[in-house]
Design a protein around this ligand. Structure first.
Ligand code: C2E
Ligand code: MG
Ligand code: MG
Ligand code: MG
Length: 283
């Protein structure tokens, strides 16, 4: 953005260069270029999987698929850096299709009671073709639609876009679950919950971090009650300690996710984790 602005304002603006801006722009344009190659298969783009557990008994419910980019020279680039970049350039549509195909393929190898959740960007929702991509990913992996969950971040709905909403309706009609991600953050408004029947609400990890605070716990409890009214289940994000786990269980959040139970790992390691969970259940 800075580069475009500088260009628009004319050459003279380059005189006001801030030290470090040079490197930032270079990295940015480099990442932009390399993201294209990354999709080719040799560029280091992969999906990792983080376990989601039932709060009541700790059984495994499924995994959230999270994208990872190991840049051949720059090392690990965080999603917080490359996802916004991909959104600005439109590359997110191809990235999103990659995520859906990979995640469905991985989930098809898991026991059938486990689901996979895939993050979908606002841009993907607004473009025609997401429904076709989802159908192709499910068919390619022979995965039943009910085992796929789409996570959307609530700020998507800020614009209250009818195209996005109808896309969500059609996905839901296919049997795909729809989750509202990072609930309680950003420009959230409770009225979103009236506009779309979400299957799941994921409470942002900032609330879980502060859950020892009675006011925060009261908010989490209220979200759980509200979700129940709408027929949605609640997942607590970012559970890192036993105390948070216990609080989340007592507040009746149905599911939980966080570093306490496992970090996002490659598909092979996720399968190992499934094996360990199955062993624990049998024991
Ligand atoms: P998100 O969908 O809310 O995913 C949860 C994020 O919280 C992940 O960060 C995860 O690694 C992190 N996390 C999980 N448990 C804990 C915990 O106990 N403590 C802390 N501190 N963090 C925890 P990650 O993988 O860096 O992803 C960041 C965001 O990037 C995601 O937030 C999501 O919005 C976006 N993203 C990741 N993969 C994709 C993708 O394939 N497509 C799209 N559109 N967005 C993606
Ligand atoms: Mg998510
Ligand atoms: Mg998200
Ligand atoms: Mg989240």
């Amino acid at each position: 953005i800075a580069l475009y602005r500088a260009k628009a304002e004319g050459r003279n603006t380059f005189r006001h260069y801030v030290p470090g801006m040079d490197e930032a722009l270079t990295r940015r344009s480099r990442l932009e270029r390399d993201l294209h190659a990354a999709l080719g298969g040799t560029g280091g783009l992969t999906m990792h999987y983080q376990p989601i557990l039932r709060s009541a008994d700790g059984t495994l419910c499924g995994f959230e698929a999270l994208m990872r980019w190991h840049h051949p020279e720059l090392g690990l680039v965080p999603p917080s850096e490359f996802i916004p970049l991909a959104e600005e350039t439109g590359r997110i549509v191809a990235l999103g299709a990659f995520a859906l195909h990979e995640a469905c393929r991985a989930a098809a190898r898991w026991p059938e009671e486990l689901r996979v959740a895939v993050n979908v960007s606002a841009l993907q929702l607004r473009q025609p073709g997401l429904e076709q991509t989802v159908l192709a990913a499910l068919a390619g992996a022979q995965l039943p639609a009910a085992r796929l969950e789409i996570e959307i971040t609530e700020s998507i709905l800020v614009e209250d876009d009818p195209v996005s909403l109808s896309c969500l309706q059609r996905l839901k009609a296919l049997g795909v679950c729809i989750a509202l991600d990072d609930f309680g953050t950003g420009y959230s408004s409770l009225s979103y919950l009236r506009r779309f029947p979400f299957d799941r609400i994921k409470i942002d990890r900032s609330f879980i971090r502060d859950i020892a605070d009675p006011d925060t716990a009261a908010i989490v409890g209220a979200i759980v009650g509200m979700a129940a009214h709408f027929g949605a289940t609640v997942t607590a994000e970012g559970v890192e300690t036993q105390a948070q786990r216990e609080a989340v269980r007592l507040l009746a959040c149905a599911e939980m996710q966080g570093y306490l139970f496992g970090r996002p790992v490659p598909a092979r390691e996720a399968e190992d984790a499934i094996g360990r969970h199955a062993g624990r259940k049998a024991a």
